[in-house]
Design a protein around this ligand. Structure first.
Ligand code: SF4
Ligand code: SF4
Length: 99
């Protein structure tokens, strides 16, 4: 009986085919919780080319409108390090996440 109830609950949590039914729902999922490595930006080396901003698959690189500096939104950064590999100035380093 309990197994049946649980199966019913699980069905309610996912849409058929995992279809996204509401726009912007990814904001609810804090992908930063998955991270093993965290990218750290060295502002002194950064040349503000914004390649990291363009390549980040989670839109986790932000640009400060006043200063033009880039920074990481660690709530959504999943630690894939694509930004680090794309940075032409080697301004992004990885650190082991300490959570
Ligand atoms: S590590 Fe990945 S998710 Fe995080 S800021 Fe860089 S490109 Fe985006
Ligand atoms: S890719 Fe590197 S140099 Fe370019 S904006 Fe990002 S951190 Fe700065």
């Amino acid at each position: 009986m309990a197994k049946k109830k649980m199966a019913k609950k699980e069905k309610q949590e996912f849409t058929p085919g995992a279809v996204v039914t509401k726009p912007g729902s990814s904001k609810k999922y804090h992908t930063g919780d998955w991270r093993t490595f965290r990218p750290v930006i060295n502002q002194e080396k950064c040349i503000k080319c914004y390649l990291c901003w363009q390549y980040c698959p989670d839109s986790a690189i932000k640009i400060d409108e006043k200063t033009g500096k880039v920074y990481v939104d660690y709530t959504y950064c999943k630690g894939c390090l694509i930004c680090m590999h794309q940075c032409p100035a080697k301004a992004i380093e990885k650190e082991v996440e300490k959570k």
